[in-house]
Design a protein around this ligand. Sequence first.
Ligand code: ASP
Length: 334
Amino acid sequence: MKKVVIVSTGGTIAMVKNENGVVPYEKGNLLISEIPLLKNIGVNVELMEFSNIPSPHMTPIDMWNLSKRIDGILLDRNVIGIVVTHGTDTLEETSYLLDLTLKSDKPVVCTAAMRNIGELGTDGPRNVYSSVLTVLSPQAHEMGVMVCLNDEIHAAREVTKTYTSNVATFDSPGYGPLGIVDEDNVIFFRKSLTREKILVDKIEEKIALIKTFTGDDGNLLRYAKEIGYQGIVLEGFGRGNVPPNVADAVEELVNDGIPVVVTSRCFKGRVYPVYGYKGGGAYLRKKGAIMSEHPIGQKAKIKLMVVMGKTKNIEEIRKYFEPNISRRKIFYEG
Ligand code: ASP
């Protein structure tokens, strides 16, 4: 019989509250697969435990191993697709790494819970059920890796956690959801046209994500290099601008062969080299910084980890982050 595999990694969806607070529950992952509604959907649902950790404990290597494990499971002809259960805190990172690196095109839907197993109105079972339905949708294989919570389906590349506590926490700012799950119907509205695959044999783990601030002297960036980081994602302001002393640090790092990818603390719109003053995006790019057109820092970090598994050459890396910036302006090609 055909099956959907739930690959569980931990998170609040597999946690309960004790005297210390909310913590992983050893049978938590098992409970995920025992939702009565999953018995009547015409396919088997099988559980495979990958880990049972809070998602802030997830490392780049865990994510990469998860990607390889999922590709292995998807080789089985009876497996229709996979639901990954995960903590919400870093779900946007893991799901994006899967989206970039999975070889298989079978549907993979990541889900989680904001309320733990024992909590009133726990959202885990509902989210798992909706995610299994999403995997079974005939349109799901065209959508890339998805994130499904609170009856909404989002593209892994676009989604981010926006609320510390509310069940309606996942959103795709500037894009909106791909679709919804409503009364057992999976309804897609759109496809993400910016999806890409970067197939690699390894990833570069040592990528730092550093947020700039007013008065920043750039020394945190320099220090990141000193302690062995191979690439840096720099979260700047607005269009991708930083204080002048940070611009000096960026220039030094680039001259030492360390790629610096500039993102923005704004999570909508595009990072773009507009400003030519010292520290402005155009200035930084002239000094060799890479503009990440997609502004969210944690997404750029995942992408840089993957791209640097392929190349360490700054100009090669640039091509992955700036697909439009250096393109010649063509208004109409008849
Ligand atoms: N701290 C938890 C985690 O990410 C939160 C969650 O699962 O929602 O593992």
